[in-house]
Ligand binder design. Structure first.
Ligand code: SF4
Length: 432
């Protein structure tokens, strides 16, 4: 989501005459767009500002703006601790960035905007041209979260769930496709909770997918990140008849133990999660899954950990993210006693090797076969291209006859755990 926000911040700043520079020394304004989910996020911001301070020591001081969730969570403290910062702007107030810059230039005062002003934000963004033209681009449809998982800071930094107006999203999607975008990844902290009401009609994520599925020249649709509780039947059914919706779903579970899911306040159990997976497989037999896992959450026992391994083996996730629990200030889990770090490291290693084995086995299945790739870019000074399969697996391949944005069939000649390698054999896929 920060990538989407960063692009939109740039679009907003360009309306008051700012342009991207090629080198650091040419810049007179830096926006550090931060993510509070990252470990030691705050310290990383201070380090980056420290580097900028050094760099501009004998030059004119640039304008320094900190935006994003760290800015939201620690606004006052940041301005106090680091006088080099000129402006703080939260993730729901960044539409004001142009006026704030102009205000700062006039009055030379420190500014701090961290209101949850999400409705006005998207109303303003609706009228600002989205310059994004990467083949695969993000599009935010929903923000915030009402789920309050005990480990997560999102409900405090992004605020309550908000769904953007349906028409605004369709218009922005059309604009992106006109710019050359061929894959849209719909974004939300809780994307499948999307729910917009207008004129007695309810629009869900499934309504958006069905409408996007009709856009000529759009080739692929994805969405992230989903909560199992919001995998409704109408959304599941899209995997049966929306050919542009990719059969790959990132569906975080966090743990395979019901006890841990309850302690985390995840609002679902393992049986429910498995029932969602089964429904999806019955609608689309090709669908694959990835997930997130937290290791060493307070009170996790060896048995809880084994339950997680068992779940991974049962589902055979395509690829997944796993982390040792680290407390986020202000969340209920931060007040709990943590597990032994050495034990957690061992568990992380075990879980990662289990996940990596699945990833490798999945990649091996492509060996000597053709697979469909959406080309994202040409590699610098090489007759090679980079793209992704339907399941997001990266592919590098040789060709002297391809263009970014094309869907092609690539013959896979080798693989490793992280990706596939191959050659293009004059076998383009018909545009949908
Ligand atoms: S559902 Fe996701 S975003 Fe919401 S609180 Fe839980 S982990 Fe955070």
């Amino acid at each position: 989501m920060n990538e989407y926000d960063s692009n939109r911040i740039y679009d907003l700043a360009s309306t008051i005459g700012f342009n991207k520079t090629n080198t650091k020394q040419d810049a007179d304004c830096f926006v550090l767009n931060t993510c509070h989910i990252r470990e030691k996020a705050t310290e990383k911001v201070y380090h980056e500002i420290g580097r900028l301070k050094k760099y501009f020591k004998n030059l004119k001081k640039p304008l320094i703006i900190v935006s994003g969730c760290v800015a939201q969570a620690e606004s006052q403290e940041m301005i106090k601790r680091e006088p080099y910062i000129d402006m703080i702007v939260g993730p729901q107030s960044y539409h004001k960035i142009g006026d704030m810059i102009l205000n700062h230039q006039r009055k030379k005062i420190k500014l701090n905007e961290t209101d949850f002003d999400v409705i006005n934000k998207f109303d303003k963004l609706e009228n600002i041209y989205n310059s994004q033209n990467k083949i695969s681009s993000y599009l935010t449809i929903q923000e915030g979260c009402d789920k309050f998982c005990n480990f997560c800071v999102v409900p405090y930094t992004r605020g309550p769930e908000y769904s953007r107006p349906y028409r605004q999203i369709i218009n922005e999607a059309n604009q992106l496709v006109q710019n050359g975008v061929r894959e849209i990844i719909l974004l939300g902290q809780n994307v499948n909770a999307y729910n917009f009401k207008e004129n007695n009609k309810n629009y869900a994520l499934s309504s958006l997918i069905r409408e996007l599925n009709k856009i000529k020249n759009l080739k692929r649709i994805r969405y992230m990140t989903s909560h199992p509780k919001d995998m409704t039947n109408d959304l599941i059914n899209c995997y049966g008849d929306c050919e542009k919706l990719m059969p790959f779903l990132h569906l975080p579970i966090q743990s395979g133990s019901d006890k841990m899911l309850k302690l985390m306040n995840r609002k679902h159990n393992k049986k429910y999660y498995l029932s969602v997976i089964e429904k999806l497989k019955s609608i689309n037999k090709d669908i694959k899954f990835s997930s997130d896992f937290i290791i060493g959450y307070p009170e996790e026992t060896e048995q809880d950990f084994q339950d997680t391994i068992e779940l991974i083996e049962k589902i055979g996730f395509f690829n997944s993210y796993s982390f040792i629990f680290s407390p986020r200030p202000g969340t209920p889990a931060a007040k709990k006693k943590f597990n032994n770090l050495e034990e957690n490291k061992k568990r992380l290693k075990k879980i990662q090797s289990t996940l990596e084995n699945f990833q490798k086995k999945n990649n091996e299945k492509y060996f000597n076969k053709f697979c469909e790739v959406l080309i994202e870019n040409k590699l610098d000074k090489q007759e090679k291209y980079f793209g992704r399969t339907k399941f997001m697996t990266p592919v590098k391949f040789h060709s002297n006859n391809c263009k970014p944005g094309e869907l092609v069939n690539v013959k896979i000649t080798s693989f490793n755990q992280n990706g596939l390698f191959g050659v293009y054999q004059n076998n383009k896929v018909e545009a949908a």
